[in-house]
Ligand binder design. Structure first.
Ligand code: C2G
Length: 460
């Protein structure tokens, strides 16, 4: 006969407070053995908790330090609760009454008990009291500006009400119709001289370098669409300048911050498909059909699109050692490029980008034991399939989200600033250098080719 009564409860326990403690103490009082499941970062972000301040490790440590807690586990996915009820032969599942009804389905496995929540205290309140809201200014009226402003509304620690663009009429028109942006500037210095602590830059690519440099020198944290710069030395210069000025400089590569994308990297790290030998990713868009001006297209497919495939290739295979380009051009710029890169251990990266050819935007990661398929559009990673020779072993990972994924990036940017961090683990400065190596090298080769061509013409 079972003598010990096992209780289980779950939570994030960010900035552990008296509300959490009371809940845990009362849960323990229901039996003899208390198991606490602490949610991990990816899982929290996938369920919409974007502003958690403490790392999983830190939160686990705080719970482990409580002498009345008998076991601490980490919760990584939605179905885990039911699995845990069986694995630990749980007698009671206890949770705060803010969740009334939500976990009734677990009555099938155990007895569900909702306990009264402590009024007047919450992690959200503590975060508000301890951290200032990030005042963020928008630079430019690019293709992601509106989506950025819309998505930032879901991130509680960010406030946006200011925009800069050198185009006075465009700024005026925008502020007039926007409910969010109240102040428009056509002078960058004046804009930087306001109360903003950070900027998001979304302009034509050539303007990035100067705009970033000025913002950093004014002491602002910078989130900028990739590429941050179009020439080799400029990127390194910006990264070291940000370090010197102690500000955060981050590429706005939204994929890098998605919960599913980070889960995929964690699974690969755990060896789910063995050793990874090849990464293939395609990203194409016929911008012309969406009324983009010629000047936009002239930036070239590699500059506009290669950052995303390079992110996947670099995050998984590391630094590219040797890069080969198979480009197709039109009117002096590339409209398609097949980029093959070599990596540690002989692994190969194949990135395909095009603005003049349409193709399927999928990604496949091949390993010695199996492969992962990310369906199109892979860069909005919501789902991925793990496949093996034995088809019964296949697994599907699903992390649906609303909107277009920008909120995860905005939340990470704001939370790093609030916590005084100058690097994101999800996209480190060396990741940014690695990702940009492809397009910087391509630009360098183009410049050299043009020089040679001009020299030839001179000699002829
Ligand atoms: N809690 C409480 N009183 C408060 C705040 C929180 O009793 N003032 C309780 C919550 O009801 C929950 C626990 O403390 O039972 C942990 O709360 P959170 O850290 O906010 O975690 P939560 O998002 O509720 O986790 O799998 C995760 C769980 O489903 C829910």
């Amino acid at each position: 006969m079972k003598t010990k009564k096992t209780i289980i409860t779950y939570g994030t326990y960010d900035m552990l407070h008296v509300g959490h403690m009371r809940l845990l103490e009362r849960a323990k009082a229901l039996g003899d053995y208390l198991i606490v499941g602490v949610t991990d970062e990816n899982y929290d972000r996938s369920r919409g908790k974007l502003n958690v301040v403490e790392s999983t490790k830190k939160r686990v440590k705080s719970i482990e330090a409580l002498d009345f807690v008998d076991k601490v586990i980490v919760e990584t996915h939605k179905n885990q609760k039911a699995e845990d009820m069986v694995e630990y032969d749980v007698d009671i599942f206890a949770i705060g009454d803010d969740w009334v009804g939500a976990f009734d389905y677990l009555n099938e496995y155990t007895h569900v008990e909702y306990l009264a929540r402590t009024e007047g205290i919450s992690s959200t309140k503590l975060r508000k009291e301890n951290f200032d809201t990030i005042q963020l200014g928008i630079v430019g009226l690019g293709r992601d500006t509106q989506a950025f402003i819309d998505e930032a509304a879901f991130v509680s620690n960010v406030k946006i009400n200011r925009i800069y663009s050198p185009d006075f009429l465009a700024v005026k028109k925008y502020t007039k119709k926007s409910n969010v942006i109240k102040y428009g500037h056509d002078n960058y210095d004046d804009f930087l001289d306001t109360g903003i602590v950070a900027v998001y830059i979304d302009t034509e690519l050539e303007a990035h370098y100067n705009l970033i440099k000025k913002a950093i020198l004014a002491g602002k944290h910078v989130l900028c669409e990739n590429p941050l710069a179009l020439h080799k030395n400029e990127l390194k210069e910006l990264l070291s300048l940000a370090k010197e000025e102690k500000v955060l400089l981050l590429s706005a590569l939204k994929t890098a911050f998605l919960p599913a994308f980070n889960q995929l990297l964690a699974e690969l790290e755990d060896g789910i498909i063995g050793e990874v030998k090849e990464v293939r990713a395609t990203r194409t868009s016929l911008f012309k059909e969406q009324d983009y001006p010629d000047s936009f297209m002239e930036q070239g497919a590699t500059n506009i699109l290669s950052s995303y495939p390079s992110l996947l290739v670099n995050k998984i295979l590391g630094k590219s050692k040797d890069i080969t380009f198979f480009d197709q051009g039109s009117e002096g710029y590339d409209v398609s490029n097949l980029i093959v890169s070599k990596h540690k251990g002989g692994a190969v990266g194949v990135s395909r980008v095009a603005t003049g050819i349409k193709s399927e935007g999928t990604a496949v990661i091949s390993g010695t034991k199996g492969y992962i398929h990310i369906p199109a559009p892979w860069w909005l990673t919501k789902k991925f399939y793990v496949r093996f020779e034995d088809k019964h072993k296949s697994q599907t990972f699903n992390y649906e989200f609303d909107g277009d994924g920008l909120r995860y990036m905005i939340a990470e940017f704001a939370s790093l600033i609030q916590r005084g961090k100058r690097k994101s683990k999800m996209l480190t400065p060396s990741d940014m250098v690695g990702i940009n190596r492809v397009l910087l090298e391509y630009n360098e080769r183009k410049i050299n080719e043009n020089k040679k061509q001009k020299q030839k013409e001179k000699e002829a």
